[in-house]
Design a protein around this ligand. Structure first.
Ligand code: NAI
Length: 250
């Protein structure tokens, strides 16, 4: 129930963003893959978009931009308008970690994490909702984290940025409902992607211990929840934060 829709996925180069872009394309959406330069497996974002479009007989557009850079982001929206003339779905997925204990957190890290994980999400919600209003509605799904709801030692900045997404989601849902725009979030728990690749075996075992379903989640499992919330099947759902965490939050 997203066929023909134009969907923007930030951080679409790998992990949860790539899985979401793939699922949307497979369901017939026209997908804009936005990512900063780098972080790939060697192939370019253009090649990735081309392959995705070809394998699902749809249209895809690659936009290389840093979400935390306002001018790059506006250039990205200009490119979307030029190519598709509309936007129906926004998936705010791009995000970075910034792990450090209190007292040791560099100012630059605080700014970079908040700029990327929170300010860029608000900027995207603003830019996307302007376009969605023009075409009579849309759906926004942002990726927060269990850490934004529960906290985690060593992740004060990351947790603050992700908790901020929850507040932004609830407020935007109230504000944009009258325009036919639904705003929701997913809160993944422990998902096997490059983002958690740096964790040692001890921390990994400890995290797995706290998951009632007994295993880490996959990027595809998070993507399923994102695409559901973005689709017409969730047409009466707004202002929700859906945990995708194997029960970790319990
Ligand atoms: P990942 O590190 O594998 O992928 C993130 C993607 O975002 C990369 O392609 C990266 O290049 C892109 N990106 C990062 N900063 C960017 C920027 N400034 N501008 C444009 N693109 C940028 O991470 P993963 O695991 O796929 O995470 C996706 C989202 O899910 C993030 O928001 C993360 O915080 C969240 N999340 C992940 C969890 C996990 O266990 N992996 C758990 C909870 C939340």
């Amino acid at each position: 129930m997203v066929a023909g829709k134009v969907a923007l996925v930030t951080g679409a180069r790998r992990g949860i963003g790539l899985a979401t872009a793939r699922l949307l394309a497979a369901a017939g959406a026209r997908v804009v893959l936005l990512n900063r330069a780098g972080d790939g497996d060697g192939s370019s974002l253009d090649e990735l978009a081309g392959d995705l479009a070809a394998s699902h007989a749809t249209e895809c557009l690659a936009v290389t931009a840093d979400v935390a850079d306002p001018s790059q982001l506006s250039d990205g929206y200009r490119a979307i308008l030029k190519r598709f003339g509309r936007l129906d779905i926004l998936v705010n997925n791009a995000g970075i970690l910034g792990d450090a204990r209190l007292g040791m957190i560099p100012d630059a890290m605080i700014r970079q994490v908040i700029d990327t994980n929170l300010i860029a999400v608000i900027a995207n919600i603003q830019a996307a909702s302007r376009l969605m209003r023009r075409s009579g509605g849309g759906a926004i799904v942002s990726v927060t984290s269990i850490v934004g709801l529960r906290g985690n030692p060593g992740q004060v900045v990351y947790a603050a940025s992700k908790a901020g997404i929850v507040g932004a989601t609830l407020s935007a849902a109230k504000e944009l409902a009258a325009d036919g725009i639904r705003v929701n979030a997913v809160a993944p728990g422990f998902i096997e992607t490059d983002m958690i690749g740096h964790l040692g075996p001890e921390v990994t075992a400890e995290r797995l211990d706290g998951i009632p379903l007994g295993r880490a989640g996959s990027a595809e499992e998070v993507a399923e929840a994102i695409v559901f919330l973005a689709s017409e099947r969730a047409r009466y759902i707004t202002g929700q934060v859906l945990g995708v965490d194997g029960g970790m939050v319990l």
